[in-house]
Design a protein around this ligand. Sequence first.
Ligand SMILES: Cc1cc2nc3c(=O)[nH]c(=O)nc-3n(C[C@H](O)[C@H](O)[C@H](O)COP(=O)(O)OP(=O)(O)OC[C@H]3O[C@@H](n4cnc5c(N)ncnc54)[C@H](O)[C@@H]3O)c2cc1C
Length: 439
Amino acid sequence: MVNNERTTCLVVGGGPAGLVLGLLMARGGVDVTVLEKHEDFLRDFRGDTVHASTLTLLDELGLGERFAAIPQRAMTRMRVQLDAGTAELADMRRLPGAHQHVAMVPQWDFLDLIADAAAQEPTFALRRNAEFTGLLRDGGRVVGARYRDRVDGSEHEIRASVTVACDGRGSAVAAAAGMRARSFGVPMDVWWFRLPRLDNDPSGAALRLSTGHFAVLIDRGDYWQVAYLIKKGSDGPLRAAGIEAFRRRIAGLLPWMSERLAALESFDDVKLLDVELNRMRRWDADGLLLIGDAAHTMSPVGGVGINLAVADAVAAARLLAPALRSGGIVPRALLHRVQRRRYWPTVVVQSVQKLAHRALIAGPVLENAPATVPAGPMPTFDDTVDPKTVAPTSALPLPLRLLQRFPVLQGVPARLVALGPLPEHAPDWARRPEAALRG
Ligand SMILES: Cc1cc2nc3c(=O)[nH]c(=O)nc-3n(C[C@H](O)[C@H](O)[C@H](O)COP(=O)(O)OP(=O)(O)OC[C@H]3O[C@@H](n4cnc5c(N)ncnc54)[C@H](O)[C@@H]3O)c2cc1C
């Protein structure tokens, strides 16, 4: 057992929340160590979105130019393709500020950028292959953590003034602290799979909705990442019906993909995302704070989990870094201020997600899914919509009808998705001019 390690702020988990927190703490002059159980950030698909408010944050941190150099696509509108035609959901061009889009970038490129910037700070350390295994306590107070090096199996203890759980959904840190989230029911799970993408395919992202079926397609260069909604708990029975039945469903929904469905050789190629929507009542304990998915796991609706996790991290750094820099014990009341600031934006987003589950997904999509789908139209991917493909308003459910009738309303979902209810800005002490980081 190696037990002489010490840091000021211990961050468990190197996802969007943990790395942004690590970068900001380090820029604030705080000794910070991030434990990440994986070797790199090249993991399974976890969302590719970098939202307008995060783009602004990157500008403030002096990382905007480096981010812009990463190959990416810009999503300026969200549309859904119904059997009856196309309907508009959100128009990012109505956003205030410097960025009127959501950037689509593989999450590992975004995380690499943040980790590289943090590595330039002398007080930052990232321990890779370091898996959290337990909390260190002094009386009732959390004073650090135990972790295992997954390469050589060695066990370590690291002491810290404050420990921040950024280890995502099903947080091991929260479990070790005996903190349990309140779970809100969700009607769906998601199947994820890849289909080949050809050079002359359209690009970008698209939503395809038919009676009983809903799919999201995300362009990832040489393949499509496809999300297909299924009724909560129906994974077993649907798999038992066989891969050929599933191929037929997708062939109906996305007939232009029919030839490529042989790529789904078996259900081993189809991954289940057990969708969760939950929230901790308290995000803090003595010496411990939870942020990001560890404090509130989000539904995939709207693709907003990354944005909220990043905003939590910025707020936590702004509130805690000054106290940590001066070296004293951080009182629980100060930790609780992070929750006080970030709780209501989380509640707002989760409430909208719950509403969308009820109004747009549970009944309309999941309750009456026929086993086969009549051949549907090609989804709309780019900025030009053929007026002949626009859905007649009368064919739409009420929320969509209102969005078509009053286009100004499309700015509301755009704001919620691309900015979030309370975008957070970098504190002055964390900002750097672009030029200072070049070379
Ligand atoms: C399939 C899928 C698709 C998604 N699509 C989108 C999308 O398009 N847009 C969007 O905004 N959100 C999306 N999300 C949600 C988004 O990924 C999360 O909300 C966001 O990543 C939360 O960030 P986080 O830093 O809190 O946690 P995470 O991103 O989950 O990061 C947690 C980190 O902690 C590490 N870790 C876990 N346990 C330990 C341990 N014991 N010791 C050390 N390290 C540990 C993990 O390896 C990971 O790096 C998606 C999620 C999934 C699962």
